[in-house]
Design a binder for this molecule. Structure first.
Ligand SMILES: *Cc1c(COP(=O)(O)O)cnc(C)c1O
Length: 235
């Protein structure tokens, strides 16, 4: 078995164990494999091990990979998620190529994605990114801004509001991870109450997936634990 196959099995077991510890079904947590900076050969190995949902952070790199796999039999049924910061001049490529965008934070970009989504493609699934704890980061909106942005997004026919996403500030302590993720879960439940199509809470990465799952995450975004450390010097 290859390293990536073994890693995927380990990550799936960790997800299942974290879910079982809090009496959740493992199937409630979708595994998104974050393949940014990794070659198509690594993605092909993950596909061979049964993985079909992939997350990419850089628009052009993601589009190149999407187009590569679109021509191959093993590319059938893959689902591509854009999870990086989105500039308005790249919104068209995201609208034309991805199935999901996790990092929506501005009404103007929502409008552009809506207008640029090609006719004949299903609505783009979107998550609103919340800046839940990282004051250093400029990504995401504060919770107070959520009702207005959610309402604007929900009114756009070519977007489908599916939920929320967060990247909390790195925090080694499990209880503190849990407290931050808990705030996200509360906001998610309120949003779900108001919009029936909301079903996705994207939170949890390699170093905090167990706390995210305990707090109610429905989608973890895992890179390092599957593909190994990233080498940015090649990028
Ligand atoms: C890189 C990245 C991940 C994966 O992080 P790991 O710690 O490698 O699991 C998840 N989410 C986002 C938004 C990322 O940019």
């Amino acid at each position: 078995m290859s390293t990536i196959q073994q890693n995927l099995q380990d990550v799936r077991s960790r997800i299942a164990a974290a879910a079982q510890r809090c009496a959740r079904a493992p199937e409630e947590v979708v595994l998104l494999a974050v393949s940014k900076t990794k070659p198509v050969a690594a993605i092909a190995e993950a596909i061979a091990a049964g993985q079909h949902a992939f997350g990419e952070n850089y628009v052009q790199e993601g589009v190149d990979k999407i187009q590569h796999f679109a021509q191959l039999p093993e590319g059938a049924g893959l689902e591509w998620h854009f999870i990086g910061p989105l500039q308005s001049n790249k919104s068209k490529l995201v609208a034309e190529n991805f199935a999901w965008c996790h990092t929506l934070e501005r009404q103007r970009i929502a409008q552009r994605l809506n207008d640029q989504r090609p006719a004949g493609m299903p609505p783009l699934n979107v998550l609103i990114q919340i800046n839940i704890s990282d004051e250093q980061s400029k990504s995401g909106i504060v919770l107070g801004e959520l009702p207005a942005l959610a309402e604007a997004v929900a009114a756009l026919p070519n977007l489908r509001l599916r939920g929320l996403m967060a990247i909390p500030a790195p925090e080694a302590d499990y209880q503190r991870q849990l407290a931050v993720f808990g705030q996200m879960h509360k906001a998610f439940l309120a949003l779900k109450q108001r919009y029936q199509q909301v079903d996705t809470l994207s939170m949890g990465m390699t170093d905090d997936m167990a706390a995210a799952i305990a707090a109610g995450s429905t989608m973890v975004r895992i890179g390092t634990a599957i593909f190994g450390a990233r080498d940015y010097s090649q990028a």
